[in-house]
Write a protein that binds this ligand. Structure first.
Ligand code: SAH
Length: 241
């Protein structure tokens, strides 16, 4: 059996009971080194196959091979495995094969939901996720989605917002978004959710300090009704109070 497990954003308390039990009961754990570290206390008696970033395909192939040998295997992703994680890749690899393998996907709290809870209630109305990583999606497509989402005034959760390799992506994205949303639009920055350096910053598009944003940050840009009260970011649902 092959389990694809979302671990949540970082800390044990934000991992589902099902995820915890699954990892505990599997013989082989496959995952990116950082995530293996997050669940270390659970791993004493297990075979661990960990590889660095950008080796996702190899990692998933190894997991499939191990599961075919009859072992109980868990592939772990941070957050939810189906949100820019391993679930889709494994299903795609299996779709190319004739033989079938039993797969179970265990959901997890994705970064935007963990971050939203820290920031207040920014996702109370329609929202979307856009990854600013152009490793697998052409930048033109990302721009097109930014235009569409901002024009429709979605609350926008930006994943992979800024890294050393792509220092300007957030800046470029905000330039597009500002064509449709005002500079005073509220923005929440959720950093290292569920991890040691966890931080939540509420600011605006104009005041945003990009140096506060890195690869373990999710940026949540409000809609035109989003406001701040008592330090919390609130997107009204539409109740008449
Ligand atoms: N499967 C993951 C997302 C992987 S994409 C999930 O569901 O959360 C990687 C991006 O997710 C990062 O660049 C960052 O934008 C976001 N992210 C992942 N973990 C995070 C955390 N603990 N705190 C803030 N953002 C995080």
């Amino acid at each position: 059996m092959l389990y694809i497990v979302g671990l949540g954003p970082g800390e044990k308390g934000q991992m589902s009971f099902q995820a915890w039990e699954t990892v505990k009961n599997c013989e082989v754990i496959v995952g990116y080194t950082t995530y293996i570290r997050l669940i270390k206390p659970l791993l004493s008696d297990k075979e661990i196959i960990s590889t660095g970033m950008k080796q996702e395909i190899d990692r998933c192939k190894v997991a499939i091979e191990q599961a075919k040998m009859g072992k109980e295997v868990a592939v772990i992703s941070s957050g939810d495995a189906g949100v820019y994680g391993m679930a889709g890749l494994i299903l795609e690899l299996l779709a190319k094969e004739e033989a079938s393998l039993d797969v179970q996907i265990i959901p997890g709290i994705t970064a935007s939901l963990g971050g939203a809870a820290l920031l207040g209630a920014p996702l109370m109305n329609d929202f979307c996720h856009i990854s600013l990583s152009d490793l697998m999606t052409p930048w033109e497509m990302i721009e097109k989605r930014l235009h569409a989402a901002a024009q429709a005034d979605f609350v926008i959760c930006l994943y992979n917002p800024r890294s050393k390799g792509r220092p300007k992506h957030l800046e470029k994205a905000l330039e597009i978004i500002k064509k449709y949303k005002k500079g005073e639009t509220i923005v929440g920055i959720a950093k290292d959710v569920g991890r040691k350096k966890e931080a939540a910053i509420v600011t605006t598009i104009n005041a945003l300090d990009e140096t506060q944003v890195d690869m373990t940050t999710v940026v949540i840009i409000g809609n035109k009704e989003t406001y701040v009260s008592k330090g919390k970011m609130i997107t009204p649902r539409g109740y008449h109070l």
